[in-house]
Design a protein around this ligand. Sequence first.
Ligand code: BV8
Length: 264
Amino acid sequence: MTGQGLSSAGGDPRLDGPVRVRDKTGMAEPPDIVVLTGAGISRESGLATFRDADGVWAKLRIEDVAAPEAFARDPARVHEFYNARRAQLADAAIAPNAAHLALAELERRWPGGFLLVTQNVDDLHERGGSRRLLHMHGELRRVRCLRCDAAQAWDAPLSVQTACPACGLSGGMRPDIVWFGEMPYHMDRIAATLRRCGLFIAIGTSGHVYPAAGFVAEVAGRARTVELNLEPSEVASHFDEAVHGKASEVVPAFVAQLLAQCRR
Ligand code: BV8
């Protein structure tokens, strides 16, 4: 098979457009795949989900730690919440699981276009080998300065006293996370890719948070839609197919089945 990558304007290899491929027989192209992941894919790596019984929102209120108003009201509390999660992510015990690895293999071997959109702010997809990846809710290991808007990688604790390395001012450093009420990142690129996709796979997400939960409705009827989740999500009725089980089991099995089909 020969292919011709369509690189993105910015030249960022992680955002290369779909690889258009025709096999020797000129058979129809394999569908472009969009995968959406949520906290459930990282659960078996040791990171809590949000809405399970032992989840993050069982102990804390969104309004207190994951909204701009919370940060304006009590920045120290919000910094404490994200500093703890950033420190946990740095723990050697937290590592990509078989589901993360399977998605990276699918990206490498799928002959059609591929994009992984994650709601997760951890870096387990990158560490598992994924490259065509968009973090629509931001990243735990990045921070942004409200004074000069510079964003950068960051692994240390953050506080209101932290001075921005770019502008030198303190008091304005925040986690580079999309809070409730804020516009998610990369929405234009996600919308354009959803318009082209022929296979939409949602993994480990409750279908509770919008706009991510609305993606399946956008593609239903013109793309094959599959939900891989521990249990039916709140938008399960929009999916053509579902496989319920742990991500580390159902995702590798589904990826193996997909790759076997495209080899035929
Ligand atoms: C927006 C921060 C518009 C990062 C997150 C008022 C104003 C504006 C918007 C709204 C509003 N009221 C409501 C909205 C919309 C709002 C929303 O959807 N609210 C909900 C509560 C109803 N959305 C927003 O605010 C979004 N912004 O709409 O902006 C706008 C328009 C114009 C101009 C400006 C703005 C922003 C949404 C992003 C918010 N940030 N988090 C962080 O701290 O981590 S969202 C948060 O939920 C996380 O990012 C998380 O990823 C996301 C979704 O949760 P899930 O990933 O699905 O996790 P959950 O625990 O829910 O489910 C886990 C699933 O896994 C379960 O189904 C479980 O069964 C399964 N599972 C468990 N274990 C396993 C498993 N599956 C497989 N294997 C396993 N082992």
